[in-house]
Design a protein around this ligand. Structure first.
Ligand code: G
Ligand code: G
Ligand code: MN
Ligand code: NA
Length: 251
């Protein structure tokens, strides 16, 4: 397949890059973390969204190679940031299978000298659809390294409270559909957000509202007690060059 060949080429020629999106403390407005998001500018087709090329990468058996690069690159970047700032990396179900991921993470932490607690690994509920025992073992191994596990897009898929009790998550990210709904006055969405936040509080895990695009949405999530906010209202995913200067000033 053409795209498969192209993605191999991109990997070897720095055609894949990471964009970083800020995650904001809801009460202070300060940036507490940045989420790394994979970007691919195809020489002829232009920007191809990860939703399209990640499945190709997975089918081609390249997800481990590319996923490893993402983790190493994100850790190396974050090591240069203010030491209070974390970096979040997305991990797909395919990356969790096999024992290699914890080795990669360990290696990336060692060579970047990034504090393990400054690395957040985001997984969606999808990771639990396959081999549950193997998934939990992988997550446990990662937790043991001192990194933070984050449950991404919570509420969107096959949410189960069971996942929350079995794996030790440090944070839940509330899916953007609820953020939008709550701000539009949907009583159901408000109730769901309220319940997720109460659950998180009880479990002692942090919360981030995703896809916050307007001040009205930010205000609703703040009022409901969500600790962190992320979305275009606060910043789009941008290449590191676009904020590196600002961070220097902070330090
Ligand atoms: O924000 P964006 O449109 O770039 O992301 C689309 C999807 O691709 C999201 O579900 C996101 O989690 C996923 N994604 C982005 N970057 C990575 C990555 O480096 N690794 C994995 N596994 N998924 C990613
Ligand atoms: O699945 P995950 O949450 O990792 O994916 C993040 C995706 O959400 C990326 O594609 C990112 O570009 C996108 N995103 C981030 N902020 C917003 C936002 O405010 N609105 C919308 N529609 N998408 C967003
Ligand atoms: Mn994510
Ligand atoms: Na998400």
């Amino acid at each position: 397949r053409l795209l498969e060949q192209d993605v191999r080429e991109a990997l070897s020629s720095n055609g894949l890059t990471l964009a970083y999106q800020p995650i904001i403390d809801a009460s202070t407005g300060e940036i507490v973390a940045r989420e790394a998001l994979l970007r691919w500018r195809h020489p002829r087709r232009g920007d191809i969204p990860p939703d399209q090329f990640i499945p190709i990468i997975e089918d081609a058996g390249l997800i481990h190679q590319i996923g490893d690069w993402v983790i190493r690159e994100a850790c190396a970047q974050a090591a240069r940031w203010d030491s209070r700032m974390r970096v979040a990396v997305n991990i797909s179900a395919a990356q969790l299978s096999g024992a290699g991921l914890s080795k990669t993470v360990l290696g990336a932490l060692a060579s970047s000298r990034l504090e393990p607690s400054r690395l957040e690994l985001e997984v969606t509920e999808n990771v639990f659809l396959g081999d549950d025992a193997a998934t939990l073992t992988s997550l446990e191994r990662l937790r043991a390294l001192g990194v933070r596990l984050v449950l991404d897009d919570f509420g969107k898929g096959y949410s189960s409270f069971g996942y929350l009790s079995r794996a030790q998550f440090s944070k839940i990210k509330i899916d953007q559909s609820f953020v939008r709904g709550a701000a539009e006055g949907s009583k159901d969405c408000v109730a769901i957000v309220h319940a997720i936040l109460a659950l998180a509080r009880g479990l002692g895990v942090e919360t981030t509202a995703e896809g916050v695009e307007t001040e009205a949405q930010a205000e609703v999530m703040r009022c409901l007690g969500c600790a962190q906010l992320q979305g275009f209202h606060f910043g789009r995913p941008v290449p590191v060059e676009e904020f590196a200067g600002a961070d220097e000033a902070v330090r």
